[in-house]
Design a protein around this ligand. Structure first.
Ligand SMILES: Nc1nc2c(ncn2[C@@H]2O[C@H](COP(=O)(O)OP(=O)(O)OP(=O)(O)O)[C@@H](O)[C@H]2O)c(=O)[nH]1
Ligand SMILES: [Mg+2]
Length: 291
């Protein structure tokens, strides 16, 4: 036994001695403090890596139907906002058979232009979402009524754990409201709140929304026009997301012509709210997959 010990100990001793004489010894000695530093700061390094991973790629999708009067101004503001954002951002303008210079101006301002033949804001948005590369999708109108400066607040809210964030004109105010639009938006939002059981949402209809990519990728979209606003909200809820809101002021359109007509689009909104809320509530009841 003693002999065995004797054999092992010198063996180890010799190996240690050999290690000391190794030609890379100097290099190892230099690396050792680095290794210790990495071990000591492991948690900090890990959380820094997580933060880097969390940096979003945001795609801004702007549906535009003959908006040459306003698209340039909007894209200037978008570009100014993007400069101060830590996220990677791309801008996509969806041209829907425009007969003016919308596409040319958008390209000149650095946006990617996607052409969609099927008429309607819904079809335009779907084409834009499909072309987007980001993990976060942001949609805003081309008429300069939405403020790109609010975008960082939307992203911040999204990072708080919301799957979709809407800009609320209830808290932010709107310069576009006349009596019909005010009552219409209140009435339809109330219908949405009651039928979807979403009492925290104060503005369901605003076209300024930011959401995670899966809200688009998981579903097939059927809305051809403005009522897509409701389909997007409904699909986010079907994925189990909580809808968040940030206060956002709506300016009056800065030029061009209004594309919506309250009685027609209001009715389509109401029908969509009824349809989608039934699907959502029955799905919840019977725990079936919505996709
Ligand atoms: N690509 C595309 N965009 C559309 C279409 N209809 C509306 N839009 C865009 O959708 C956004 C909202 O349309 P608006 O006409 O501003 O509708 P609104 O906000 O209800 O009305 P106002 O702002 O008061 O004019 C704008 O950017 C339009 O250019 C369409 O058929 N195709
Ligand atoms: Mg508008």
């Amino acid at each position: 036994m003693c002999e065995k010990q004797h054999r092992i100990i010198p063996d180890l001793f010799v190996r240690e001695q050999k290690a000391e004489q190794h030609p890379y010894q100097k290099k190892n000695k230099l690396n050792a403090p680095h290794g210790r530093w990495i071990a000591q700061n492991f948690i900090k390094i890990l959380s820094a890596l997580c933060r880097v991973k969390k940096r979003h790629f945001v795609s801004i999708i702007i549906p535009a139907k003959d908006e040459e009067d306003t698209i340039g101004q909007l894209l200037d503001d978008c570009n100014a906002t993007i400069k101060g954002m830590p996220e990677k951002v791309e801008i996509i303008v969806v041209d829907n058979n425009c007969v003016d210079k919308t596409a040319a101006i958008a390209k000149k301002k650095g946006a990617r232009v996607v052409f969609e033949k099927k008429a309607g804001k819904g079809h335009a948005l779907v084409a834009g979402f499909a072309a987007a590369k980001g993990d976060v999708l942001a949609m805003m109108d081309a008429d300069y009524s939405h403020r790109p400066e609010d975008l960082p607040a939307f992203i911040k809210k999204l990072d708080e754990g919301y799957g979709l964030v809407v800009g609320s004109r209830m808290t932010g105010g709107s310069d576009e409201y006349d009596v019909v639009r005010y009552i219409g938006n209140h009435g339809l939002t109330t219908a949405y709140r009651v039928l979807f059981w979403q009492f925290k949402t104060t503005d369901a209809l605003n076209g300024f929304k930011v959401f995670t990519r899966d809200v688009f990728d998981t579903f097939t979209y059927h809305s051809s026009n403005f009522e897509i606003e409701i389909e997007i909200l409904s699909n986010a809820l079907k994925l189990g997301y909580t809808i968040g809101e940030v206060s956002s002021h709506e300016r009056e359109r800065a030029g061009g012509k209004m594309k919506s007509f309250a009685p027609v689009h209001g009715t389509k909104f109401l029908w969509k709210i009824i349809q989608e809320s039934c699907k959502y509530q029955f799905g919840r009841l019977f725990r079936r997959s919505y996709t």
